[in-house]
Write a protein that binds this ligand. Structure first.
Ligand SMILES: [Zn+2]
Length: 84
């Protein structure tokens, strides 16, 4: 996974791209605290587990892919997360 920074809030996430349609985003901190856009949504009762990125971060990730900073992963499928 590669670090990508949100151009609006500066929050860093890890990104791995499996296919054109499948980009995996892993938050390093509490999204609702690190990103003002998520904080706003959370305050309105919408929680970030249903929205993978904020709008600015989505654009930042697209830019990183366009730049070639994030290329397609050679792994065929994401490793499942663990709850511990
Ligand atoms: Zn953000």
């Amino acid at each position: 996974m590669l670090p990508v920074e949100c151009r609006r809030c500066g929050n860093s996430v890890l990104v791995e791209k499996y296919s054109e349609a499948h980009t995996s985003v892993q938050w390093l901190g509490d999204a609702e605290r690190s990103c003002p856009e998520f904080a706003q949504l959370a305050a309105a009762g919408e929680h970030s587990m249903f929205i993978p990125t904020c709008g600015a971060l989505r654009g930042s990730i697209d830019d990183a892919v366009d730049d070639g900073r994030v290329g397609l992963s050679l792994r065929s499928y994401p490793t499942p997360g663990r709850l511990d």
